[in-house]
Design a protein around this ligand. Structure first.
Ligand code: ADP
Length: 570
């Protein structure tokens, strides 16, 4: 009664500890994580983070594109003639520039005192176009030249851009012209140079090349680009997610995304996720970016899905772990209970035979017993009780050796039929005295086999003892030894109380005893069958039980005739 209260107290404490120390924090963790992932989904945080990175990439890309145009212009400007050069010299120098720079459609040099010299790329402009442009530039510069020079002086780069987009049957084109001043020109005079980018070159070579470079270098540590660390983990975790960019007229209506100026490889169709309006030299154009074949939204969704999945798996693992912990602690508690039962059982089992031995020895010592028959009976009781003690102590010693991993078996060639017969013989008197009918069937033709004699005898004694202990009305003991092909079988059967199906595997566990009232009233340590199983397995065999409650049990040891453990086999 007391012990069951103590046990339920311990269980309550255990459940409380598990609950407070493990289950509660684990559930809170799971809950918080689920909430977190859910909030990310709601706020579209992943998508926003990707867009932030896109914005960063675009502003850097725009800088690169602009820088390239400035560099090309600067390079051309360095080779420009001066206002002191003759017209022919000017033309020669300008021609040199256009020949070296396929990206220019034409270059020109304007001097307010001498007029304009235009040098087109060969075949790029008709004479009429040259004449029109000359007129247009001269008109513009004679009016606004001084103002333009003034503007340029204020700028860090003395360049002014004039760009415009126009629609052609095969899509939009963009032309831009750089107009620049020279540092050493005479004061008061308007001296300007100009280089006009070829719209076809921009469309077919300049932009495609740059977009190609920008989209392929965006994520691999280009110093001009954000490194993987500065990108959101969601983006940098998808290095396989390639980028695509396009350039389109910034005033385009949505429908006109279908008519971009230039697209990088892998653009496909559709709108950019993020756009960035370009400044000089390409004012009027916009740069758009997206992922190839997917969207930031889809990546965000996938990320959230994956996070949920990981969380779900973690939760299942955590709950599984908790259940396992709970079960294993329960098992340990049951084992602890069995151990304490074992101690009290064993003490009881030791005390009873010792008390009997002492009682009968004292009686004999007093010399009051005169009848030889009575004396012999007392002597036999003393012998049997000491035998019981020996068997119990042997079991306990064997068990502790097994637990310590120090149990060794001594396999020797043995006539097992004789071994079984002799073991039974030493118990025959006891068996018959308890009113048991013994049926012994031993096949005499069984060959000699290598076994540990003592161990096999102990296994048999344990099984016989159990049959005697756990039989009530019908007292029958059957022992059978026979050969079944390559297996040697030793059967011990009774018609006793039997064993419930649920308990048939558990009875081989150490300390385990069934709940039957008869078992409770019978002394025992719960070690016998665990020893039987250990001994059988050491011989390469197995022990099984067939039993029906109320009808009896049959234990069968199967020992292979050729076994790996014992050299030479059985
Ligand atoms: P012990 O007999 O000392 O309790 P064992 O390990 O030999 O320990 O047996 C374990 C339990 O198996 C026994 O307590 C009993 O409940 C059950 N058992 C063993 N043999 C028999 C049998 N022949 N008939 C019924 N129950 C048995």
């Amino acid at each position: 009664m007391k012990s069951s209260r103590r046990e339920s107290n311990t269980r309550f404490r255990l459940v409380l500890t598990l609950g407070v120390a493990v289950v509660l924090p684990a559930l809170t963790l799971i809950f918080v994580n689920f909430q977190h992932v859910k909030s990310i989904q709601r706020d579209k945080k992943v998508e926003a983070l990707i867009h932030r990175d896109f914005q960063y990439l675009l502003s850097n890309s725009a800088k690169k594109i602009n820088q390239k145009a400035y560099d090309l212009t600067e390079q051309a400007r360095a080779g420009f003639p001066s206002d002191a050069d003759s017209d022919d010299e000017k033309r020669r120098k300008l021609n040199l520039i256009v020949e070296k720079s396929p990206w220019f459609a034409h270059v020109f040099f304007y001097d307010s005192s001498k007029g304009i010299v235009i040098q087109p790329r060969s075949g790029r402009m008709t004479e009429k176009e040259v004449a029109d442009d000359s007129r247009m530039y001269t008109g513009w510069f004679s009016l606004e030249g001084p103002y333009l020079c003034e503007q340029m002086r204020k700028k860090s780069k003395p360049v002014i851009w004039s760009g415009a987009e126009s629609d052609k049957p095969d899509g939009p084109v963009y032309a831009t012209t750089a107009i620049f001043s020279f540092p050493h020109s005479e004061p008061g005079k308007v001296v300007l140079g100009g280089a006009s980018f070829d719209p076809q070159y921009l469309k077919q070579t300049f932009f495609p090349q740059l977009l190609g470079e920008l989209t392929s270098q965006s994520f691999n540590g280009d110093p001009g680009q954000p490194s993987a660390q500065t990108l959101t983990p969601e983006v940098s975790e998808h290095p396989d997610q390639r980028l695509a960019m396009m350039i389109y007229p910034s005033d385009a209506l949505k429908a006109e995304f279908n008519r971009p100026l230039v697209t990088s490889p892998g653009w496909g169709n559709g709108e950019p996720e993020i756009s960035y309006n370009l400044d000089d030299p390409f004012r009027g154009l916009a740069l758009g970016i997206k992922f190839q074949g997917t969207t930031a939204e889809a990546i965000g969704r996938k990320w959230v899905m994956q996070s949920f999945l990981i969380l779900a798996v973690l939760s299942v693992l955590m709950i599984g772990g908790l259940v396992l912990t709970y079960r294993s602690v329960n098992k340990q508690m049951a084992l602890a209970r069995l151990k304490s039962d074992f101690v009290s059982n064993v003490s009881h089992e030791l005390r009873t035979p010792l008390a009997l031995i002492r009682l009968y020895a004292e009686t004999l010592e007093l010399g009051r017993i005169t009848k030889d028959e009575k004396k012999n009976e007392y002597y036999s009781i003393i012998r049997k009780e000491s035998e019981r003690l020996t068997a119990l102590i042997n079991n306990i010693l064997d068990f502790s050796r097994i637990e310590a991993g120090a149990k060794e078996y001594d396999f020797r060639e043995t006539d097992i039929a004789e071994l079984v017969h002799n073991t039974l013989d030493s118990y025959r008197f006891q068996i018959e005295q308890q009113g048991f009918a013994l049926e012994e069937q031993i096949d005499p033709s069984i060959p000699r086999v290598k076994v540990d004699r003592e161990a096999i005898a102990r296994a048999l004694v344990n099984l016989v003892n159990n049959a005697l202990k756990y039989s009530d009305s019908e007292k029958f003991l059957g022992v059978k030894l026979y050969r079944d092909n390559a297996v040697l079988k030793l059967e011990v059967s009774d018609r006793g109380i039997g064993i419930d199906r649920n308990e048939q595997t558990r009875i081989f566990e150490k300390f385990y005893r069934t709940c039957d009232p008869l078992v409770h009233n019978t002394k025992g340590s719960g070690l016998g069958l665990s020893l039987v199983r250990h001994i059988t397995r050491a011989h390469g065999g197995e022990v099984i039980v067939e039993s029906t409650p109320g009808r009896g049990s049959k234990f069968t040891l199967s020992l292979p005739l050729v076994q790996p453990g014992a050299a030479g086999g059985l």
